[in-house]
Design a protein around this ligand. Structure first.
Ligand code: BTN
Length: 331
């Protein structure tokens, strides 16, 4: 009901009378009044003109269930939001809820994570009020071997969403992807993605895609200072986190539809390669067996990175236990 009221107010250019809200939503005047008061307490600012009704003039930077859901279209992959003020990790929660039957398209969002998890056993610092810590639960009918490609689909959607949000705020911003799925701005990481899966031999039970975006973050831990940044630090603008999630949802829906048609990256790889910060750059590949340098060309249908070595031979790099660096640093 709060989501419905917020959606009506958000989508209306003009004032909406309490009476019309009651009528359209089939609830009492008191119920509407209670929700409006809750919204005011949360920081929504209403234009107050007597006898005209309600109109929101300012939106707080919230990522609550109603704030996000009221901006989602029915045709989006994200259908519902589960919000936590504070939790251990949205990936951990998404998996617990998935085991209990949570629906495909549920997005788990936290204002703060106490035990945010990154790739390769690293942690993910997730303080309150500045970032987007979210996990999308999907139940795709695909072969388990193809599920990791959803990380690439997600990185593309985050990149588009960040660009669109910057455009909306009227600031120039170059957002790219460091293979396979770090989203970077000015060669610094602003977003990381951790995808996990539950599957049997040939069936996916569910996939959880955990996405951490440093949006308005100003302080970084010593351990990540050299390579991490935030959208605020790179542009000097505070971005609206819920609108960024809305843009992500729209973009992810488009890329996901295209991915599901082929269940590989054949249709998306050109778009991905155009976002790739490493493309045609010299990279250093560090894996268990060897370290070598070469020029990164782009990904193939499976998301593997094609690299030409100095002797002219081509190697496909599979993500996982491999680290890709620029010659002099992170990118
Ligand atoms: C990486 O190491 O680059 C991946 C970081 C993924 C962080 C996100 S934040 C939301 C979700 N919950 C987690 O515990 N991790 C992911």
């Amino acid at each position: 009901m709060k989501t419905k009221i917020l959606k009506k107010l958000r989508n209306s250019e003009d004032y909406i009378s309490g009476q019309s809200l009651c009528k359209e939503l089939g609830v009492s005047r008191t119920a509407i009044w209670k929700v409006i008061n809750q919204l005011k307490e949360e920081g929504y600012v209403f234009d107050a003109i007597q006898n005209k009704g309600y109109k929101i003039s300012e939106y707080p930077d919230l990522i609550t269930k109603s704030e996000i859901e009221s901006q989602l279209d029915d045709n989006n992959v994200i259908k519902a939001v589960q919000f936590f003020d504070e939790t251990d990790s949205t990936n951990t929660q998404a998996k617990l809820y998935a085991e209990k039957g949570a629906a495909d398209g549920t997005l788990f969002v936290a204002e703060k994570q106490e035990d945010g998890r990154g790739r390769r056993g690293h942690g993910w610092i997730s303080p309150s009020g500045s970032g987007i810590w979210m996990t999308l639960l999907l139940r795709p009918d695909i072969e388990p071997v193809n599920a990791s490609m959803l990380t690439i689909v997600s990185a593309m959607a985050v990149t588009d969403a960040v660009k669109k949000e910057a455009e909306t705020e009227g600031v120039p911003l170059e957002c790219q992807i460091k293979w396979p799925n770090d989203v970077v701005v000015n060669k610094k990481k602003v977003c990381g993605i951790l995808t996990e899966m539950s599957a049997q031999m040939d069936v996916v039970n569910y996939v959880v895609i955990g996405i951490g975006i440093n949006v308005n973050t100003t302080e970084f831990d010593e351990s990540i200072k050299a390579t991490a940044s935030s959208l605020y630090v790179e542009t000097g603008k505070h971005f609206k986190r819920s609108r960024l999630i809305k843009y992500f949802s729209e973009s992810f829906t488009k890329y996901y539809d295209r991915f599901m048609k082929t269940q590989n990256l054949s249709d998306l790889k050109d778009d991905y390669n155009s976002m790739l910060v490493n493309k045609n750059n010299i990279v250093k590949i560090i894996n268990r067996e060897e370290t070598f340098t070469g020029t990164a060309l782009g990904i193939d249908d499976k998301g593997e990175l094609e690299v030409v070595r100095e002797d002219g031979s081509h190697t496909m790099i599979v993500s996982g236990e491999v680290s890709v660096r620029g010659l002099y640093g992170y990118v």
